[in-house]
Design a protein around this ligand. Structure first.
Ligand code: A4P
Ligand code: MG
Length: 191
């Protein structure tokens, strides 16, 4: 594994993406839930993403139960989805926010408990620094609840030394037996 800095997929350009409009590329979204039926909430997110025209869900990581970062709150289930998509990072953010709304998420406090959180971690070749959208996600390399599932589906994006911290102490990010299903989009949705 190499660090993202050394990887050819590292974004180097501001928007618009140099691969041009309509290009299909990899994107990775982090999923988190610590309220309600956590696993169903994550599955709702995977199904919702798979239903979006222009998005293929290629893979989903293992599901991890994780100690909360932030205020005192229940443990999370966290996972990462790997997509092939021609959507921009902003379109993915908006899609994620629609799905969060569909899961009846309420925003009360930053880093507070939520039925569903969908963060855009990475889109190959795209870097965004705008007030309401930062991609790559600024905290993705600091958080084992993101890095560990990300390493399942995109080991090239996770530096070895960061994952080593988890191998040294895996107690805060625990693999579960839960599995998220990747179901294909029904052809009639294409119109
Ligand atoms: N935003 C900017 N960039 C992005 C991006 N790349 N993806 C903006 C998604 N959103 C992005 O997010 C706040 C604002 O971030 C949005 O309006 C969006 O325009 P939010 O989802 O409303 O609130 P938040 O998630 O509480 O804020 P934030 O700063 O995104 O928090 P984090 O860093 O996502 O942390 N502990 C465990 N174990 N597992 C978790 O999943 N999650 C959090 C949230 C805290 N502790 C956790 C977990
Ligand atoms: Mg969020």
């Amino acid at each position: 594994m190499s660090s993202p800095e050394a990887d050819e997929s590292q974004p180097t350009e501001s928007q618009p993406d140099e691969s041009g409009p309509g290009a299909t590329r990899r994107a990775f979204l982090a999923l988190g839930s610590n309220l309600g039926d956590r696993l169903s909430n994550l599955q709702l997110a995977v199904d919702g993403l798979a239903a979006i025209p222009g998005v293929s869900v290629v893979a989903v990581s293992n599901v991890y139960e994780t100690d909360p970062i932030g205020p005192s709150q229940p443990d999370y289930l966290n996972a990462v989805t790997s997509l092939e998509t021609d959507l921009s990072a902003r379109a993915l953010l908006e899609a994620g926010q629609r799905l969060e709304k569909g899961a009846h998420r309420e925003r009360r406090e930053r880093w507070g408990p939520r039925t569903l959180d969908i963060d855009v971690l990475w889109v190959d070749g795209e870097r965004v620094d705008q007030p309401d959208l930062h991609v790559p996600h600024p905290r993705m390399l600091e958080r084992l609840f993101v890095l560990v599932p990300l390493a399942d589906v995109a080991p090239d994006l996770v530096p070895d030394e960061l994952l080593a911290a988890w191998h040294a102490d895996p107690s805060a990010v625990r693999p579960t037996r839960h599995r998220l299903q990747v179901r294909g989009r029904s052809p009639e949705l294409d119109g």
